[in-house]
Design a protein around this ligand. Structure first.
Ligand code: BG6
Length: 481
């Protein structure tokens, strides 16, 4: 086993999958921003099997940055990025690809290897790196999905830990690099006033919705092997739940957050088929790469329990889906009702109890829903939200943050092996033991069963609006409120 010492800066970034979709959509724009902010000054070696040249890689980088909302707004930074780029073309099965990479790395002796490739290739690439000693004094950054069930995640862990020390393995979940999601951790532990009520005595239920109003965007073949539960619930939504429910870290180091989160994953009760509603949007089967009779879910809603002293019996309702009615991510924490019905409207089932709403995207916002008396003779009221806009998540790309951290050896926002395996244990049974998908029309909030059978009296679901309440449309092409 090998690996760079924690917090030793890397002297090169190698990224496998340089010609791929993720590189175009997220990585090149992030590398460009890293150059602009001075966080990237080391050589960047793209590796792919596409019969490309360095010129092709340059072109891809330019096009990818051009396609972002701000485009190439700093031509000198783009030139600096291009001057850092190197390229190695080759089959990952072929040992000469790795000897060529070693030659290109030259004097760089402490690289970070980023695997932006399908998980089926992780093992091959790790073994290739090891065969030419490129695992020594190095780190490896691994993209999700990390395995496709408990068994494969364990196998993958064993292949990677055969070459790299656990402290040198950085498992990426890009949601953890989003400002609004980092703010969940900050908000909870920087405001001690919430702590006394942050438990089963005061909280009735929690909802997490991550909705997208678009389909699989040409990724039908990938989606067929994943589905919404693996693609979003088991990683992104579980991470959000862990940040919401973890105990306070006991010290400032990253290890403290990692282990507090791992304890949450370990306390999650394994899901059964009764906790899970699967949907598929009408039209999915016509997508390229999708089987004619596919039963892969494009919508997943689950009811989850955390069997811990703090959270016992509090239901967490999580849902995600493609082609839903809006693109937005929100968490709603519902508090219990007052113990006695003192006012005329107290028993009205349509009245919300107090709730705290974290809007995570596309804009950040925190809303505290409280009841206020309506003017008049009667003691009846209505819900008002105290609203707090938070920073725009567009300001920093998650990958910009995460790749910078990996290059510096800071693993606070990455996931450990024990958390990954514990999360798979929660979903493992329902990956195969589940009801068939229920069709739903694009533009809706998914199958009715999620509203009826699953959430029942703990409902209704809170459906996020397309925009934050504090959002005001941009007037100068920028993102404004
Ligand atoms: C990815 C999933 O991990 O996250 C996609 O594979 C999903 O299916 C995406 O669309 C959502 O992330 P973001 O940052 O684009 O909202």
């Amino acid at each position: 086993m090998a690996g760079a010492a924690p917090h030793t800066p890397s002297d090169a970034l190698v990224f496998f999958g340089a010609s791929g979709d993720l590189a175009r959509k997220s990585i090149f724009p992030s590398l460009y921003k890293m150059v602009k902010s001075g966080n990237l000054t080391v050589p960047v070696i793209g590796v792919a099997y596409s019969q490309w040249t360095l010129d092709d890689l340059h072109q891809r980088a330019r096009d990818a940055i051009d396609a972002t909302p701000s485009g190439v707004d700093d031509p000198a930074a783009l030139d600096r990025l291009l001057s850092l780029l190197r390229y190695v073309d080759g089959d990952y099965q072929d040992p000469t690809t790795f000897t060529a990479l070693r030659d290109v790395l030259g004097e760089c002796g402490a690289p970070t290897h980023y695997l932006a490739i399908p998980p089926s290739l992780f093992g091959t690439v790790v073994q290739g790196l090891k065969s030419v000693d490129l695992h020594r004094n190095a780190r490896v950054v691994v993209e999700k999905p990390f395995g496709r069930d408990l068994q494969s995640a364990r196998e993958l862990n064993s292949v990677i830990t055969d070459a790299f020390d656990e402290s040198a393995i950085f498992r990426i979940d890009h949601f953890l690099g989003k400002e609004e999601i980092m703010n969940l951790l900050y908000f909870r532990f920087a405001n001690a006033m919430f702590e006394p009520i942050w438990n089963r005595n005061y909280i009735e239920s929690v909802q997490v919705t991550f909705a997208e109003d678009f389909g699989v965007r040409g990724r039908g073949a990938f989606y067929e092997s994943a589905g919404a539960l693996r693609d979003v619930v088991e990683n992104h939504l579980f991470q959000i739940v862990a940040l919401l429910t973890m105990e306070a870290p006991t010290y400032q180091g990253y290890g403290a957050v990692q282990s507090a989160k791992a304890n949450v994953f370990k306390a999650m009760r394994p899901l059964t088929r009764h906790d899970y509603v699967r949907g598929q949007f009408v039209g999915y089967r016509d997508e390229d790469g999708v089987a004619e009779h596919s039963d892969v879910e494009t919508y997943a809603a689950v009811r989850l329990f955390i069997d811990s002293w703090r959270w016992s019996d509090v239901p967490f309702y999580l849902r995600t889906g493609k082609c839903l009615a809006a693109s937005a991510g929100e968490v709603v924490v519902n508090f219990k009702r007052p113990p006695q019905a003192l006012f005329n409207d107290a028993l009205d089932p349509d009245q919300h109890p107090n709730r705290l709403r974290f809007r995570l995207q596309p804009e950040g916002e925190i809303g505290l829903g409280v009841r206020v008396k309506r003017p008049g003779e009667e003691f009846v009221g209505h819900e008002q939200e105290l609203l707090l806009p938070t920073e725009s998540p567009l300001e920093r790309e998650p990958y910009e943050r995460l790749l910078s951290d990996a290059l510096q050896g800071d693993s606070a926002l990455f996931t450990h092996e024990d958390s990954v395996e514990a999360a798979w244990k929660v979903v493992d049974a329902v990956l195969t033991d589940h009801a068939a998908t229920i069709p739903y029309q694009p533009g809706t909030w998914g199958p009715e069963e999620a509203a009826g059978r699953l959430i029942g009296d703990d409902g209704p679901w809170h459906n996020p609006q397309p925009h934050a309440r504090t959002y005001s449309a941009p007037h100068n092409g920028g993102h404004a409120r």
